[in-house]
Design a protein around this ligand. Structure first.
Ligand SMILES: NC(=O)c1ccc[n+]([C@@H]2O[C@H](COP(=O)([O-])OP(=O)(O)OC[C@H]3O[C@@H](n4cnc5c(N)ncnc54)[C@H](O)[C@@H]3O)[C@@H](O)[C@H]2O)c1
Length: 382
């Protein structure tokens, strides 16, 4: 069993998820590589106590990411910091020779993403991937295998999205994800978009043009100090794309929807493929349920399948038990480590988002901003 010693930079919400996944690695009995958290970095010292209370393997605690990157024991890093810091932190990690799983959107804007992409190209010895756990649910992986086998026939339409709802509460205080300076112009697309793009891009369905409808619904929020602060970023985005299937060269409509205000949707991923031979749809609202329509002439009827624990990276959990968010995080981390160790993922859809895929998401979100600004259809540069 190879052990990869990790540092975590940015130890908030997502940093804890990774640490917790590392702590239950024994859940994955067939993995021959495992992570060990040896260093943590955050400017908020309060947040680090949870780590040092729970992980005896941590030998370095710092508020300076450069100190962590100078630690020779650290082989790889997970970086989960606000978007304005991505380019600086990711490039520094790559230049320090650390393998990197970086959080999306991988740069606050197209320019920052290009800086990271250029840095990756100069350091091919470093393994770099972007975080997105959305395809690692059992139903999504089943749909992915169907895509791989061309089971859908001609693709007629694909709808993919990620919906949140807590911002419907106008009293919710502002946080960095609602501020231009930290979150960037993409707004909800930067926050949520990579998840919705992951499977379409991996499938080879690339947007050729986009028409975007972006909404800033809540223009100010409580600042947490008794006043109000401007809430500058897009709350909701619906991208109507014409996509091309790279294999058949046929075009079809693809919608990518990312919303912070989708009433009733606490955290809903959904995905739908409509094809001439088969159609499939899944929503994390009914996490265990895959809907499938197989057409061979005659009656058209949707079947409903309970997925249970059909995981890409074998888990000790019994096959009948449903999967949850933390299982998808564990699977994503298995994907990262497997590919780091073996040089390739065990299947087309069993790997994390690549730098090329994340770059395409930036092209799409930038085109969406242009479409909104000019009230136009924006052609994508390929
Ligand atoms: N994959 C997912 O499902 C998912 C979910 C939420 C957020 N994210 C992404 O994760 C990243 C972080 O989001 P989060 O929700 O964990 O945010 P968070 O605010 O909970 O955590 C960010 C942490 O970064 C720390 N930080 C800020 N500046 C720093 C600096 N200079 N040096 C070291 N630490 C610093 C903060 O103190 C904070 O603890 C973002 O890129 C976000 O888009 C991904």
């Amino acid at each position: 069993m190879r052990t990869v010693k990790f540092g975590i930079i940015g130890c908030g919400l997502m940093g804890r998820e990774f640490a917790s996944a590392a702590a239950r690695w024994c859940h994955l009995p067939e993995m021959d590589v495992k992570p060990e958290i040896v260093a943590v970095c955050d400017t908020d010292s309060e947040i680090l106590k949870w780590y040092t209370d729970n992980f005896s393997t941590i030998g370095q605690v710092t508020d300076d990411y450069k100190e962590l990157l100078a630690n020779g024991e650290v082989e790889a890093v997970y970086i989960a910091v606000p978007h304005n810091l991505h380019a600086e932190f990711y490039c520094a990690a790559i230049e320090a020779g650390k393998h990197l799983l970086g959080e999306k959107p991988f740069g606050i804007d197209l320019e920052a993403n290009k800086t990271i992409t250029d840095c990756i190209k100069k350091h091919p010895e470093v393994f770099v991937r972007c975080s997105s756990e959305s395809p690692f649910f059992p139903a999504m992986q089943r749909i992915c295998r169907m895509i791989e086998k061309n089971a859908f026939g001609q693709i007629m339409e694909v709808n993919s999205g990620f919906l949140h709802s807590s911002d419907l509460n106008f009293e919710k205080p502002i946080n960095w994800k609602r501020m231009l300076k930290f979150n960037g112009e993409y707004g909800c697309m930067g926050d949520l978009g990579m998840h919705a793009c992951h499977v379409p891009f991996r499938a080879g369905w690339s947007p050729q043009q986009v028409t975007a409808i972006l909404s800033n619904i809540v223009e100010e929020r409580p600042d947490g100090k008794g006043g109000m602060a401007p809430c500058e970023t897009w709350d909701n985005a619906t991208l109507f794309c014409v996509a091309e299937d790279s294999a058949s060269k046929k075009e079809f409509p693809l919608t990518i929807k990312t919303q912070r205000i989708s009433p009733g949707h606490k955290n809903t991923w959904y995905f739908e493929v409509l094809g001439t031979k088969k159609s499939a749809r899944w929503s994390s609202k009914q996490i265990n349920t895959l809907e499938l329509l197989e057409y061979e002439g005659g009656e058209q009827s949707w079947q409903v399948i309970d997925m249970g624990h059909e995981m890409t990276y074998t888990s000790i959990t019994g096959g009948i038990f449903e999967a949850g968010f933390s299982d998808s995080i564990l699977q994503m981390w298995a994907a990262f480590l497997y590919e780091l160790h073996h040089g390739q993922a065990p299947g087309k859809f069993a790997g994390c988002v690549t730098p090329d895929e994340v770059a395409l998401s930036h092209e799409l979100f930038t085109a969406a901003l242009e479409s909104e600004k000019n009230n136009s259809v924006c052609e994508m540069k390929q």
